[in-house]
Design a protein around this ligand. Structure first.
Ligand SMILES: [Zn+2]
Length: 405
């Protein structure tokens, strides 16, 4: 129980209600005030008041529409007004940075992808500030009212404080990213782990839309997961990752960079997978992988064409991931599991291995009905950051800031 929260606090209630109304208009608009009052379970007078504030702030607008089943005069409905509100969505990946200007409908207005060298004379925080400043100056002619900045990145992050403790590929220690950019721009800044934000993006725009309990697993150069439980992202405002990559899968396995042995990441990351295939190749002279460069793509293609080595290596990853997922299934009882990975190219090999392992190792009552599906976005780009903004509007957190002007 969180003893610090004050669920009855009047500002908190106002924020929550405004967020609910905003979300309903986004989902069902055009929607009448009466329908809104029913769906939000709020008194018509409260709806009138909240909607009035949103109209005044140009966050919603009225439009005439024909109510379903009615043949009378058009009704007055509410829809979101998103065009004049912009925000900056940023994604940092090892080696480069993507900056996208979006409006509140999440539409892309401008996107720049720039190199971000691992080391430079200037500290990373200063470089990031300058990249953001330069982006705003470069695209000044496009800018409408700026609402926020959202940033996603890999590493150890405290999403509540916006501090990046560590970041792979960069010399980062306790970098106060959120606070610094906020002080510089005067805007609220949201910082979140890349995989958590991707999980949120799938739930708002992608493959897990509408699902309340979801596990999303990412198998890439690193292995990680995001969990949505009861409609909420787990660890939303803390140290952000469901850190499964460093759970021991093989006690006799090779040493991992974290110091332990046989972590999931040492047997299921794409790098370890290619390494394993290369090691086994000399003993399998009939493999078609001898005829081409060994890449993730060629490995997936070969597996789909029935190459035994490629098939075994990818199915092996599926079994390791399945073991981890079986434990998670028993804890979270999800309705859906999403896999985001370049290995989805060989989903016909990977997915059966994952699901058969889950079925063997998790509680049958929990594992029976689970849908296993690929993530909708192969490369989510800055959609993760866009999801952070949408989530902050829906929770009312960012919305009330905009209402207050
Ligand atoms: Zn490890």
């Amino acid at each position: 129980m969180n003893l610090d929260s004050q669920p009855g606090h009047i500002d908190q209630i106002k924020q929550t209600n405004a967020g609910v109304v905003y979300r309903l208009i986004d989902h069902y608009g055009p929607i009448s005030r009466i329908e809104l009052s029913k769906r939000a379970q709020l008194a018509p007078a409260s709806i009138t008041k909240i909607v009035r504030e949103m109209l005044d702030a140009h966050l919603v607008q009225e439009t005439e529409f024909q109510e379903p089943g009615s043949r009378g005069r058009p009704a007055i409905g509410l829809i979101l007004d998103t065009v004049a509100w912009h925000y900056l969505a940023v994604r940092i990946q090892p080696g480069f940075i993507t900056l996208t200007l979006r409006d509140l409908s999440s539409r892309t207005l401008q996107e720049d992808r720039l190199p971000l060298a691992a080391s430079a004379a200037m500290p990373l925080l200063t470089r990031l500030q300058e990249l953001v400043d330069a982006f705003f100056i470069r695209h000044q002619h496009l800018l409408e009212r700026l609402t926020a900045i959202a940033i996603t990145l890999p590493g150890l992050i405290n999403a509540a404080s916006g501090v990046v403790h560590r970041m792979p590929g960069y010399d980062v220690q306790e970098m106060p990213l959120g606070e610094t950019l906020s002080a510089r721009s005067g805007l609220p800044v949201f910082v979140q782990h890349d995989i958590s934000a991707w999980t949120l993006a799938e739930s708002l725009f992608g493959a897990s839309r509408g699902a309340q309990d979801v596990i999303q697993i990412v198998i890439d150069e690193t292995v990680g997961a995001g969990v949505i439980s009861g409609g909420q992202l787990l660890h939303k405002s803390g140290r952000a990752l469901v850190e499964i990559g460093h759970t021991q899968i093989d006690p006799y396995g090779q040493q991992c960079y974290c110091g332990n042995h046989g972590c999931l990441e040492t047997v299921a990351s794409t790098g370890s997978l290619l390494q394993l295939a290369a090691q086994r190749l000399p003993a399998q002279p009939e493999s078609r992988l001898h005829q081409q460069a060994l890449t993730l793509e060629s490995l997936c293609q070969a597996a789909l064409q029935g190459d035994r080595l490629a098939h075994d290596v990818i199915a092996g990853v599926g079994h390791h991931i399945g073991r981890m997922l079986a434990m998670m299934v028993n804890i979270f009882n999800p309705q859906q599991i999403l896999i985001g990975s370049p290995l989805n190219l060989a989903a016909d090999v990977l997915f059966p291995a994952v699901s058969s392992t889950i079925r063997q190792q998790a509680l049958p009552a929990y594992s029976e009905a689970i849908q296993l599906a690929p993530a909708a976005f192969n490369d989510p780009g800055t959609l993760g950051a866009a999801a952070l903004i949408k989530d902050a509007m829906y929770s009312g957190h960012l919305l009330v800031k905009l209402l207050q002007g």
